[in-house]
Design a protein around this ligand. Structure first.
Ligand code: GLN
Length: 499
């Protein structure tokens, strides 16, 4: 057998190189994310009474752009660069971004985030479609391949907040960010060694021979694209730094900044585009498309609750949870911890149910996923009943909350990842992956909206305890009602969607 055809644990060998590359990339991504909100509140916006609001705005803009950039990165990869070059370009930009975070704050802070935004745009959709490309159409191992890959994501997401959080707390924020950058470089080394060992065959090369040599304005595309990518960073940095709302309090746009407006416009654009496509589609296509749209929409809602972990939940952990062994940034490891523990049992459960022909179809899974999100926030809202005299609640509530939302995630996210690579035509697969991640991008707009509502205004940056408990737990109760409402709607609609 050629190296390309060799297997490890019943899967193509290439999967394991992608596994480690993505593990380290997510290590850098989540190591940084664990520190981001606390760092903004403690350092970047410390002087403002509305530091929570500013941090919520930047966290949301960063999250939206970091996932929206995957649409462009995916498109450029399908048309010009191919997956390999895109992954290298993205990885290098991301690690530079993390290193810039490690040296200074102020202006370079936004530039660093922008580099990560651009880098992720090239890296994330391509590493995901690369996994799909290892399997032939209809290969039944593909789903489990993605479960393994998702495990890699979460090993990175588990270890990083623990170590980067520790470094950040003990030696200073910048050490935590620096380690994230080193993690990203390790990811690239794994990817490179896969290429050197030839485990990918000829996958991931540019789509057309000679396309890199074609010129734009006299410069070869292969050189022009990295230049444009770097040049886009200051523009994105500018957008990220425009966190101030466009309207005064009590007026229209009181909560919205430029990035929010951009995403409203994108949403309108997408709606017009989809309606157009739906009108032109055949009846059969229309049905499939409506399902795809609904599923993406539900996924958006789910991430909108889930991604609160890096903002409101981290602040809640810092200000209102009795933590002994770990600190607030490190609580970001809990989601990934539960994914690691639960992903094999849950995929075995689905496989068992499939054998018995009793497995829930995709729409039911999505409804249940949302229901788990709703229950998780409901439990967290109950924590106020067990608060001590200082307004601090037991850690167990946070633990149960993360357990439940992680179960919900496993009902939705790996399933979707695998389905997208199945349903998309090969020549636009990375682009379609970008569209899938657009759900995460819009989710961060929801996150921003909620986090701004729960932003605490105070002259004291160490605010917490009884001053903040009610704000958070009332908020969690409201969130749980919305999530459960959405779940009920999905479950009621499910028989229709299934048809
Ligand atoms: N935790 C998963 C990852 O990092 C999914 C994140 C998302 O799509 N919002 O890949």
């Amino acid at each position: 057998k050629s190296v390309e055809e060799q297997e490890l644990f019943g899967h193509p060998k290439g999967l394991f190189y992608l596994f480690f590359a993505e593990l380290w990339e997510r290590f850098s991504f989540y190591g940084m994310r664990a520190l981001l909100t606390l760092y903004m509140v403690d350092v970047v916006f410390a002087a403002l009474a509305s530091r929570d609001f500013a941090a919520a705005a930047v966290y949301a803009s960063y999250g939206s752009l970091v996932y929206a950039s995957t649409v462009i990165g995916g498109r450029i990869s399908d048309k010009i660069l191919g997956m390999r070059k895109s992954i290298f370009l993205g990885g290098i930009l991301m690690s530079i971004g993390h290193f810039v975070l490690a040296i200074e704050h102020d202006i370079t802070f936004f530039l660093a985030l922008a580099l990560i935004v651009v880098g992720n745009g090239f890296f994330k959709p391509n590493i995901s479609t690369f996994v799909g490309s290892l399997y032939k159409d209809g290969d039944s191992r593909k789903d489990s391949g993605f479960v393994i890959f998702y495990m890699g994501i979460n090993i990175g997401g588990f270890v990083a907040p623990l170590i980067c959080g520790y470094l950040g707390k003990t030696f200073g924020w910048h050490y935590g960010f620096g380690l994230a950058g080193i993690g990203m470089l390790l990811g690239l080394i794994f990817f490179y060694s896969g290429i050197k060992k030839n485990v990918f065959g000829d996958r991931g090369l540019p789509p057309v021979k000679g396309v890199l040599e074609k010129t734009i304005l006299g410069v070869k595309q292969g050189i022009m694209i990295p230049i444009l990518a770097v040049l886009s960073a200051p523009v994105i940095a500018y957008l990220l730094s425009s966190y101030k709302s466009l309207g005064e309090k009590g007026t229209f746009l009181e909560d919205d900044n430029i990035v929010n407006i951009i995403f409203y416009l994108i949403a309108i654009g997408i709606a017009v585009f989809l309606i157009n496509v739906l009108i032109k589609a055949t009846v059969d296509e229309r049905k499939k498309l409506v399902v795809a749209i609904l599923i993406t929409f539900f996924m958006t809602l789910f991430w909108g609750f889930h991604e609160l972990s890096g903002s409101v939940i981290t602040l809640f952990a810092e200000r209102n949870v009795n933590l002994t062994f770990i600190d607030a940034s490190q609580t970001n490891a809990l989601n990934s911890m539960f994914i690691i523990i639960l992903s094999i049992p849950i995929s075995m459960l689905f496989a068992y149910l499939r054998k018995k022909k009793m497995d829930p179809r995709t729409p039911y899974k999505f409804g249940l996923g949302l229901a788990f999100a709703g229950i998780s926030f409901f439990i967290l809202s109950l924590s106020s009943g067990s608060a001590n005299a200082e307004g601090m609640v037991p850690f167990s509530y946070l633990l149960i909350m993360y357990f439940l939302i992680s179960v919900g995630e496993l009902f939705m996210s790996p399933v979707g990842l695998s389905k997208i690579t199945d349903l998309s035509p090969k020549r636009i697969v990375a682009f379609m992956m970008g569209i899938w991640f657009l759900a995460s991008a819009f989710a961060f707009q929801i996150v921003g909206f909620i986090s701004k509502q729960l932003a605490v205004e105070s002259d004291d940056k160490n605010v917490g305890g009884l001053d903040t408990l009610g704000i958070y737990t009332d908020g969690f109760l409201l969130i749980s009602k919305y999530a459960l409402g959405a779940a009920v709607i999905v479950l009621v609609l499910s028989p229709l969607i299934k048809k």
